[in-house]
Design a protein around this ligand. Structure first.
Ligand code: PEP
Ligand code: MN
Length: 338
């Protein structure tokens, strides 16, 4: 990191900063300019981060040179991470089409959705048994009973199951069924939950928080990888902006930005990003073109009667057409739907 001293900082103040840097075993390189002095600190970044150099007298600002994350960064791991689950792959040229109903409602509903997804070439089935709802009066999901229904759908279709974890106390029940554990947007910075899934053996699909920067999102992924779980899939699901035409604003630019700085696969969820079924296809195509490693889309056998997120869910025929168009573009980009 670079420590920029204030104009007129005294020799004592400079010497004090150097001493604080050296105290933690790092080395300090002082360059005295005509007006300001800059001190370069080289050493263990965690040790240095623990010294609040901004608080030292005479310091104007501290500028980080390295990114605050390392395990999820490309500098640490230049090759794309490929997440493999039950023979399906995501990342490194493998494209995932993850789809299903927002929430598990009944056995018939999930089986119908699972058949739709499988028939259209989807690669994983997603449905929530534990639902994060803005209102405590809204349908909260079927919990463990919902997980059993998902297990039946996997048995019939062979599709791996993606489902959300909200409470670490449900982790064991969830892992008995889930092939991929989803951490929802609202829990992106629930650090204890992140560390908990970091210690489990299943891949984690980490949604971007409603108002999180890309750096905060990657730091959240770092919490998971730091515990030993390297199988993290990032999911851009729209962020809060001033725009009201869509439920959130899909940040398509997050895809190439993440791919530049991180080796983790990044997918896009246009259903939650827009809240509108008519925008799911165009934005999925945009995501593929931007280099996404997959899409996550909501489909329901009867959106009009869905207990959660019906308005944004694709009906079966619309999903089939959606899958065909997306698959075509995926092939054109040279990736394989797998
Ligand atoms: C969901 O995936 O159904 C969901 C609630 O998504 P998000 O966490 O992105 O809002
Ligand atoms: Mn939903």
């Amino acid at each position: 990191m670079m420590i920029v001293m204030q104009e007129g900082a005294t020799d004592e103040q400079i010497a004090h900063v150097v001493a604080r840097i050296e105290e933690v075993g790092a080395s300090a390189h002082v360059s005295v300019g005509e007006r300001v002095t800059v001190i370069g600190a080289i050493g263990d970044r965690e040790e240095l981060a623990g010294v609040p150099l901004e608080a030292c007298p005479g310091v104007d600002r501290v500028v980080a040179v390295l990114k605050p994350y390392k395990l999820v960064g490309r500098e640490f791991h230049p090759d794309d991470t490929v997440v493999e689950v039950r023979g399906k792959r995501l990342g490194g040229g493998h494209f995932g089409m993850i789809a299903g109903p927002c929430s598990v409602e009944t056995e018939e509903q999930v089986m119908a959705a699972a058949r739709t997804v499988a028939a259209a070439g989807g690669t994983m089935l997603r449905g929530g048994a534990f639902k994060p709802r803005s209102s405590p009066y809204a349908f909260q999901g079927l919990g463990v009973d919902g997980l059993k229904i998902l297990a039946e759908a996997r048995d019939e279709t062979g599709l791996p199951i993606v489902t959300e974890l909200m409470d670490p106390r449900d982790l064991d029940d969830l892992l008995a069924v889930a092939d991929v554990v989803q951490i929802g947007a609202r829990n992106m910075q629930n650090f204890q939950l992140l560390s908990e899934v970091g210690r489990c053996d299943a891949p984690v699909l980490l949604k971007r928080g409603l108002a999180a920067t890309i750096e905060e999102w990657l730091m959240a992924a770092e919490y998971i990888v730091k515990e030993g779980n390297r199988r993290v899939i990032l999911c851009e699901r729209g962020i809060r902006t001033f725009e009201t035409a869509t439920r959130n604003t899909l940040d398509v630019s997050a895809v190439p930005v993440v791919r530049l700085v991180s080796h983790l696969p990044v997918i896009v969820d246009p259903s939650h990003a827009t809240g509108r079924p008519d925008l799911v296809l165009p934005l999925s195509l945009a995501a593929v073109a931007a280099g996404a490693d997959g899409v996550l889309v909501e489909t329901h056998p009867n959106p009009e009667h869905a207990l959660c997120d019906g308005p944004q869910s694709l009906a079966p025929e619309a999903f089939a057409e959606f899958a065909e168009r997306v698959t075509e573009l995926v092939r054109w980009t040279g990736k394989v739907l797998s």
